[in-house]
Design a binder for this molecule. Structure first.
Ligand code: TRP
Length: 480
């Protein structure tokens, strides 16, 4: 058996530090901004059901595999995959999996920072009472005016990227982790208050039905965002698995899986920590936050006759309505957007941590310099997303296949979440059960090789997870 390694970047002080950091990475814009809007676009209940299934069947086994590989390798994903590839008697080429993750994380952060910037702007909008007593029309036009102003978007994008670089330069186990300790629970409480408000809108049950009553036609046949079915020339509905792909991609995105973020957090994890238990806790917390966000937003959507499929602006055009009319709305609203910024912040650092750790390990760079280089390049690429909502909103850079009619932002989002992350996750699953030996994975997972729990994980990761991903991917080819 191979000697257990230690990490040169230090280790978490405890199991809780890891759980907080990993939950901080998982809970972010994906839960509060993306989950509701893609659920709205993709027709509600059936989409949510598939998403939940993907969390259970694909997400949790892969999360365990990622943490396990990270702790085994104790280095940045690139070097970890390189070493474990050789150690397992396979090939050093597994390092390319690490690189795929570095690129995916980089591309995600480029647009993530822009959206986090929206939340920053909304902290100030809400705090200054912009939305007191506002109606749906006002809230919509405020948002429309905001995203059509590239200079303003640039300003907040720049600020958020600086915030991210600042924390990454200091090392991830620093101050932000302490902050997350009380900010996460606060976000949770505030979401419950929002759900409470949603209860008073009169459309609470309709919101719940939209989220939880599966209508499989909406999932399996092409439709306009949140609405009418698209028909072929014979007037028939067109079958597609694309929405299933989006649900699966989002399961990866929301759990921060498939690009090495959880792997690198695992590399700082002390021994004697149950990887299975912590993975379940992280996935559970993440899912609850997303569902609460959905339960807060959809009743407001229906109470104001808004379109659930309105896209990336959804939360910015619905929640302010609640803040505008509920008691202490200005206070709660400001607090909400502050907490959303923190949730995004604790996620964004995990997106470039693999790249920064690699620069520190292989190029002997100081963390500060590595953070500046990565942050600055990511900031530049982010400009593509800034312009996607205004000057270039009709520019479709890769106008074919699944990228038809998509802006730069849409392309980056689709490519990373629905293609790169599932591909990375698939490779991680394959590596952990087809390449690594049962003795090393069971040792690292702290499970007995003959135990039921280990064998369930092994079976899921060996057969169920890869086949599920491949099945959904197969449909991509058909979309050409
Ligand atoms: N999971 C985060 C969210 O839901 C985003 C995120 C952070 C992420 N790190 C990641 C997504 C790594 C994919 C891979 O907001």
């Amino acid at each position: 058996m191979v000697r257990r390694r230690t990490s040169i970047h230090g280790e978490w002080s405890s199991r809780w530090a890891f759980i907080l950091a990993a939950t901080g990475s998982a809970v972010g814009l994906g839960n509060i901004w993306k989950f509701p809007y893609i659920t709205g676009e993709n027709g509600g209940g059936a989409f949510v059901l598939v998403y939940l299934l993907c969390i259970a069947v694909i997400g949790i086994p892969i999360m365990m595999a990622e943490v396990m590989i990270g702790r085994r390798g104790r280095q940045s994903p690139v070097n970890t995959m390189y070493n474990l590839g050789i150690e397992s008697g396979s090939s050093s080429h597994w390092k390319w999996l690490g690189w795929l993750g570095v690129v995916a994380g980089f591309l995600i952060l480029s647009y993530y920072s822009v959206i986090a910037g929206w939340a920053l702007d909304y902290v100030f909008k809400t705090a200054t009472g912009t939305f007191s007593g506002a109606n749906a029309e006002f809230v919509s036009s405020t948002f429309g005016g905001f995203i059509s102003d590239p200079a303003r978007l640039m300003f907040w994008h720049t600020l958020f990227m600086l915030m991210t670089m600042f924390v990454v330069a200091k090392g991830v186990s620093g101050g932000l982790e302490k902050a997350v300790r009380f900010l996460m629970p606060s976000l949770f409480v505030l979401l419950i208050i929002m759900v409470g408000y949603a209860f008073t809108t009169g459309e609470f049950m309709r919101g719940l039905a939209f989220l939880f009553e599966p209508n499989f036609d909406n999932l399996l046949y092409k439709h306009e965002a949140g609405g009418e079915f698209i028909l072929n020339t014979h007037g028939e509905k067109i079958f597609t698995l694309e929405y299933v792909l989006i649900a699966m991609g989002h399961a990866f995105f929301t759990l921060s899986l498939g690009m090495g973020a959880i792997m690198i957090y695992g590399s700082y994890l002390p021994h004697n920590t149950s990887i299975a238990k912590t993975s379940f806790m992280i996935a559970g917390a993440d899912t609850v936050v997303a569902l609460l966000a959905g339960m807060a937003i959809f009743p407001i959507v229906f109470a104001n006759q808004l379109d659930p499929g309105k896209g990336p602006g959804l939360i910015f055009e619905t929640l302010p309505l609640a803040f505008g009319s509920m008691p202490f709305g200005t206070l709660f609203g400001t607090l909400f957007f502050v907490l959303l910024v923190f949730a995004a912040w604790s996620s964004s650092i995990s997106l470039i941590e693999p790249a920064v750790a690699w620069l520190v390990e292989n190029k002997n760079m100081k963390r500060l310099k590595a953070a500046i280089i990565m942050g600055a390049s990511c900031w530049l690429v982010g400009i593509l997303t800034v312009l996607s909502f205004n000057l270039w909103k009709n520019v479709h850079p890769v106008d074919f296949w699944v990228f038809k009619n998509k802006t730069f932002f849409d392309v980056l989002d689709y490519l990373t979440a629905n293609i790169m992350l599932p591909l990375g996750g698939l490779a991680i699953a394959i590596f952990s059960v087809w390449i690594m030996s049962r003795s090393s994975t069971s040792d690292e997972l702290d499970m007995k090789e003959e135990s039921l729990a280990y064998n369930i994980w092994y079976f899921m990761t060996r057969y169920v997870t890869p086949l599920a991903v491949l099945f959904v991917f197969a449909n991509l080819v058909e979309l050409i």
